[in-house]
Design a protein around this ligand. Sequence first.
Ligand code: CMP
Length: 140
Amino acid sequence: MATERTFSIIKPDATNRNLTGKINAMIEEAGLRIVGQRRIQMTDAQAKKFYEVHAERPFYGELVEFMTSAPVVVQVLEGENAVAKYREVMGATNPEDAAPGTIRKEVALSIGENSVHGSDSQENAKLEIGQFFTEADIVG
Ligand code: CMP
């Protein structure tokens, strides 16, 4: 197994409810190391670019509006098989389908307000990390 990095966002529904620490504890308990982290107010341009793969989906406008509605915490997570591991820790996109003990089952509100984002592949992880971090911001 290889040490990898993945990109994570703690979304506005979670920062609004002061859940950053609880989510970080779940991440760390799963053996993932938070090697980069910054709290930001995402701009409209950043959110549109980040989710441009969903630009044609009916929920795109709502998604961009939500992601810019309050601060988010952008993170770089590192560990063995970090991409797949974090997807396991997050649980299914829709909290109704998420397994017990996952972040989305424990704290998410709905498919839109689903508390966290995680990269779906190593290739996307590199692109997503690059949108928000330089190597100098990441200390492993
Ligand atoms: P995320 O992993 O950040 O990637 C795309 C996001 O789109 C996803 O999490 C959901 O929060 C959001 N999303 C997916 N389907 C819907 C939907 N039907 N309505 C609103 N948001 C959605």
